[in-house]
Design a protein around this ligand. Structure first.
Ligand SMILES: Cc1cc2nc3c(=O)[nH]c(=O)nc-3n(C[C@H](O)[C@H](O)[C@H](O)COP(=O)(O)O)c2cc1C
Length: 180
């Protein structure tokens, strides 16, 4: 038998408080939503720079757009946004350690990683499930983050290969994989 729970409207006072929306609780609530993870990377001043991001989302087919939400505290984004072209690589399920590496100390982010650098400076990881070359289309201030819209210029994707691999899944602050 089904049951219905009726939630009473919040008391007027409740509308004036954000006690249930403190960042730690929000982070935990957001974490129940599983995502993939990408590496956002480019050559800046002849050096590859990168960060890991789970906020990647496809946005539009025409024009081809994706988005990534980046913390305003990021020290790498101000460098990346200066690059002509940026690479986005969808990480595979065996990339959990690499993902931590891409979010860790800057000098070690590319240790042991095979890269491809496009003539325009987009950096992609050779073992990624899909790789995109992009330019910044727009940036929208969004609270303590900036929502970055990226326009795609090239896509590398083994679309016909069912053994191309499975994605790394980020869920509840940990890594998992898809179960079929
Ligand atoms: C699984 C995972 C997902 C992440 N997703 C994001 C993200 O979507 N946006 C973001 O700004 N930082 C994200 N980070 C943090 C960045 O990778 C990086 O650690 C952070 O930007 C600090 O480094 P920076 O100061 O060099 O930018 C993520 C880290 C991990 C491990």
């Amino acid at each position: 038998m089904s049951s219905t729970t009726v939630v009473a409207p919040p008391a007027p006072d409740a509308l004036r408080t954000n006690q249930d929306l403190d960042p730690q609780r929000l982070r935990a609530a957001f974490g129940v939503f599983p995502t993939g993870v990408v590496a956002l990377a480019a050559c800046v001043d002849d050096q590859p720079v990168a960060l890991a991001a789970s906020s990647f989302t496809s946005v539009s087919l025409d024009p081809p757009l994706v988005s990534i939400s980046l913390a305003n505290t990021s020290k790498t984004w101000p460098d990346l946004r200066r690059a002509g072209h940026l690479g986005v690589t969808i990480l595979a399920e065996h990339h959990a350690l690499l993902c931590r590496q891409l979010a860790g100390p800057v000098g070690q982010r590319f240790t042991g990683v095979d890269l491809t650098i496009s003539p325009e400076g987009a950096v992609t990881l050779d073992e990624g499930l899909a790789r995109f070359e992009c330019t910044v289309y727009d940036e929208v201030g969004a609270g303590d983050h900036t929502l970055v819209l990226l326009r795609l210029h090239a896509v590398h994707h083994a679309s016909d290969d069912t053994d191309a691999g499975h994605p790394l899944v980020f869920h509840r602050s940990g890594f998992g994989r898809l179960h079929h």
